[in-house]
Write a protein that binds this ligand. Structure first.
Ligand code: PBG
Length: 326
């Protein structure tokens, strides 16, 4: 295998040739677009740190979902900004809660779009933690009941998939059991399995108004220094009945995506999180980078690492760019 017999440049000569031998192609069918639902009607507030992303009432969510559908994106994941918060996140279970109403609206409009819901307490608790608190500790087992009720109420409203992001131990099993007992055995679970305690969630906490009011999430989210532990988390979630496993964030964890892909024969998702989005938007707004090139390179990298599903705030832009050719 040596020069001059082999000349890799031969296959890079024209776009046709490059296209012919291209190993990975991005597709909007692998994208899930995250959205933030708030109370009211005709509300649409842009999130300061996330240009192009909005907190919106259910009617506006539906309008944007029509656009998301028309771009060939497979689904949306909904996060709720409830009217009221309390220590146990009760508003997350309400039949007429923000997320439940948004799901019903989308389903009623019969859009060809998967509706995924984020299952967690941090957006609904007054202390901002992902579970119930006792003397400053986040209680694990006491939280499981509320999470499974929340997942059930999303399923009742019409969710196609539920995505627990709380990182309590045993939540996938508890949710699967609750869904099955209530005849929602066909609602799938996309588990945030390897979810790291990351600084990259900063802008999201502004978007979802979910910053912890004391302490941090280190007692439940994973230590960024750990790799092997991610495989254990994934294995546990699969044993408990997860259908799709997720690695989050994406960019600083591409090695984890690859290891999960190689070890397990299940669909792997990666969450290209808020901080990753904001960095690109800020640099692009300053004219320091070519946004389109960078976004397609980032999403391509996440796909090459092994994720066939990408949750990303860039989904709409990327879908448009892919349509006109990469
Ligand atoms: C809720 C949740 C978070 C994200 C998704 N679900 C925030 C957190 O754990 O603090 C982050 C998403 C993003 O940054 O885009 N637990």
């Amino acid at each position: 295998m040596s020069f001059p017999l082999h000349r890799p440049r031969r296959l890079r000569r024209t776009e046709k040739l490059r296209g012919l031998v291209r190993e990975h192609r991005l597709s909007a069918a692998g994208f899930i677009y995250p959205m933030f639902v708030c109370p009211g009607t005709r509300v649409r507030n842009e999130i300061g740190s996330m240009p192009g992303v909005y907190q919106q009432s259910a009617d506006q969510i539906l309008e944007e979902c029509r656009e998301v559908e028309s771009l060939g994106i497979s689904g949306v994941i909904l996060f709720g900004l409830p009217e009221s918060k309390d220590p146990r996140g009760a508003s997350s279970l309400a039949k007429d809660g923000v997320v439940q109403r948004a799901i019903e609206g989308i389903k009623k409009a019969k859009l060809d779009l998967l509706v995924v819901t984020d299952v967690c307490l941090c957006e609904y608790t007054d202390h901002g933690h992902c579970g119930v608190i006792d003397h400053g500790d986040v209680l694990n087992d006491e939280t499981l009941g509320i999470l499974s009720e929340q997942a059930l109420s999303h399923a009742r409203a019409g969710a196609d998939l539920v995505a627990p992001s709380d990182m309590m131990d045993g939540r996938v099993g508890a949710i699967r059991k609750k869904l099955d007992e209530n005849k929602f055995e066909s609602v799938a679970i996309m588990a945030y399995s390897a979810k790291y305690c990351s600084g990259f969630y900063g802008p999201f906490r502004e978007a979802a108004r979910s910053a912890p009011q004391f302490g941090d999430r280190r007692t439940y989210q994973m230590d960024p220094a750990n790799g092997d532990e991610a495989l254990k988390e994934v294995a546990l979630d699969l044993e408990e009945g997860a259908d799709i496993v997720m690695v989050k964030p994406a960019l600083a964890y591409l090695d984890i995506i690859r290891r999960v892909r190689e070890r397990f024969d299940v669909p792997v998702a990666a969450y290209n999180v808020s901080g990753e989005y904001s960095m690109v938007k800020a640099a692009a707004a300053n004219g320091w980078i070519d946004e389109k090139r960078i976004v397609l390179e980032i999403l391509g990298g996440i796909q090459r690492a092994g994720a066939e599903i990408i949750l990303t705030y860039h989904a709409k832009d990327a879908a448009r760019w892919i349509q006109v050719g990469q």
